[in-house]
Design a protein around this ligand. Sequence first.
Ligand SMILES: Cc1ncc(COP(=O)(O)O)c(C=O)c1O
Length: 436
Amino acid sequence: MIQQNLLQLDFGDAKSVDDSLSAVARGMVGSEILKIAADIRQMVRDGKSVCNLTVGDFDARQFPIPTVLLEGIKNALDSGETNYPPSDGVLELRQSIVDYIGREWGVEYPLGSILVTGGARPILYAAYRCVVEPGDKVVYPVPSWNNNHYTWLTGSQGVPVPTDVDNGFMPTLDLLRPHLSDARLLCLCSPLNPTGTVMDEPTLRSICEAVVEENARRTAAGRPHLFLLYDQIYGSLVFGGARTHVPAALVPEVAPWVIALDGASKALAATGLRVGWAMAAPAVTARMKDLIGHVGAWAPRPEQIALARFLADEASVSAYREEMTARVRMRLDGLYEGFSAMADDGYPVRCVSPQGAIYLSLRIDAIGREIAGRKLETNDDIRKLVLDEAGLAIVPFQAFGLEGDTGWFRLSVGACSMEDIAQAFPRLRALLDPLR
Ligand SMILES: Cc1ncc(COP(=O)(O)O)c(C=O)c1O
């Protein structure tokens, strides 16, 4: 029932309030993907059929979390596990993570290396915050996810290094080397969001060795060291011949300078549970823990307790992973095969064979062409065309820091069914027919 006579608040002119906020707050760029999501919602409201390949999230009907984990969370709640967790994470979970890393990569981290947080984002932010001073250089390949936002938030100087399809959009040591001597942080991610590609072992090894060599020079010169932020959040989602490699296992000497991160969000389709973890030198996690503590970005306690038990249950972890990988792969392969068949039939499309994560890189070579009365001058023109006319929702690589209208897009399969994919191809073929 609506109550009468409530005091109505007047927040005045929104612009003059906004003008009084900090330069950091006012300069933040909103998520491109969320803007596209608004277009999609409108189409769905208009009753149109959309194959939504935009969000890096999961539809729980297509990708449910493990049942054992779900039951574990309910049990933890029922048993009153509802208070603050310890600021570095529940001990049982940190121990399970140590064991999990040992099983997966043959590396033994001490407990003090593991910091549990509310999803992986707080680790990214805390790593930036704990390593860089304003103005420091942060090197990262593009396309990649959100580094532009973290450099902005920390006042650091981003050095985006463009990559290309010939290397699967992965950086090589040759591309990175010119920037390492005066950088404080190098950010890598594999499998990579947005491309769905994986860094091979020789490349990662060579980059780690270069970080070790650079830091030997800095030790001799008494300069602050170069850190490597290594994002392996999609590490358990690899297919075909691809494998996940981790810096500390390949080049143990790099361990003091690596801040690696992982979590439940993608591996267990559990983005809403908010559990991530850092693996780094205890001297680094100690500082990050204090920072996270002040922000309060801990993972919820019931989720931590349940995840500790789930990760310790090797049989459940591997059964879930097998099923999850098969579901992701079926969708990515469906898209890859559909676009490859279109390319064979003369359509101007190309995609990169999927190796990992939940993404596929697709190029639609249509800049400068005209379809359905629309002149296509930018990636965004192409994005709008295929959304409006074929009900296919995709994200341009510009949303991941790669400048230029290259015709490359990210396709994400976490929220789509095989039927969605099958139904999208005839619409897309009909739309792009004039370009053959
Ligand atoms: C590459 C990458 N790292 C980290 C994250 C953050 O994950 P979380 O949802 O656990 O904060 C994401 C989320 O999309 C991601 O794509």
